[in-house]
Design a binder for this molecule. Structure first.
Ligand code: ZN
Length: 314
């Protein structure tokens, strides 16, 4: 059980920028810290972030670090993470423990985001949720009866790798046509680029003015009324809704919570087509029993969840 006076540090390594927070034992943020880090000396940089956050108030109980990739929580090892150098994957847990003197828990970023929303966000009043994180990749996590359900070897919820298009493009996982290959942030950019250069309806899009546009730019332009960007976001919603329908049919779950960078930027414009497509494809009684909603913690979800998973791992 958690001790009420202890605080916890959550560190989100899922983006280019580290997003860290000192969190109290009920999941409220006391202090935030954002920093650019480089892969060289990563442990030292994280230890400094933890020290700066911990210096604030109270005693720190543990540190949770969320990474994009697969984590075996029994061994505290990162099993695979395309974004982190292999040396860091091997040593992060032991070295950060040594550098900080604190208990360290390594988590998958989608699991952490799910747990953050469950403890302090859109899933607060639920026992069963499915969380989908739509960002640079597409992650997912299942919470059943108040507990993260990680599967027999720790990797449950990988909704980004369910097949959406059997004739689709190769995915980093080795399969082809995964949800991630059409609806992650880089996939949205790729699809938008492909269309911009062969589709006359796109000629008025402001996206054509910026050679290096990002998925955030697509979402932003869509929210400003750019027809082409709206079409790209709606198409993305259809793909995600197809995935959500599969999840609903499989789990008959109370709540689906959609978070991650793309959702934060696109908001309702993405949520609406997701709900429409889910309704079209899911088994109707299951669909009617499920609430599909946006996450509410924004960029804080993963850091809060990492901290709370560290709290509960004791
Ligand atoms: Zn895949």
């Amino acid at each position: 059980m958690s001790t009420p006076e202890l605080n916890y540090i959550g560190i989100d390594l899922s983006g280019p920028q580290v997003h860290a927070a000192l969190v109290n034992s009920s999941g409220q943020i006391i202090q935030r810290l954002e920093a650019q880090v480089s892969p060289e000396n990563l442990v030292e940089q994280l230890a400094i972030i933890a020290r700066d956050l911990g210096a604030g108030s109270g005693q720190v109980g543990a540190i949770g670090v969320a990474i994009p990739g697969l984590v075996n929580r029994q061994t505290d090892r990162i099993v695979s993470s395309p974004d982190l150098p292999s040396k860091i994957q091997e040593d992060l847990h032991s070295e950060l423990t040594r550098a900080t003197g604190l208990r360290v828990e390594i988590e998958n970023d989608a699991n952490a985001g799910a747990y953050g929303e469950f403890v302090a966000g859109a899933g607060r009043d639920s026992r069963d949720i499915f969380y989908m994180m739509i960002g640079n990749g597409i992650g997912g996590a299942i919470i059943l009866d108040g507990k993260l359900w990680t599967g027999s070897s720790g990797f449950a919820g990988e909704v980004g790798h369910i097949t959406i298009d059997t004739e689709g493009l190769p995915c980093v996982c080795g399969n082809t046509g995964c949800l991630e290959t059409v609806a992650s942030a880089p996939s949205i950019v790729r699809r938008a680029r492909e269309r911009l250069f062969r589709d006359s309806t796109s000629s008025l899009s402001r996206l054509g003015l910026n050679k290096n546009f990002t998925a955030d730019d697509v979402a932003r332009q869509a929210n400003e009324g750019d027809d082409f960007a709206i079409m790209m976001i709606e198409r993305t919603g259809k793909y995600i809704g197809t995935g959500v329908a599969n999840v609903i049919n499989l789990l008959n779950i109370e709540k689906i919570i959609l978070g991650g960078g793309v959702m934060v930027e696109a908001g309702q414009l993405l949520l609406n087509p997701i709900i429409q497509e889910t309704k079209r494809r899911a088994f109707q009684p299951c669909f009617e029993a499920t609430q599909i909603i946006g996450a509410v913690l924004g960029a804080d979800a993963v850091a809060i969840g990492a901290a709370m998973l560290a709290r509960d791992a004791a």
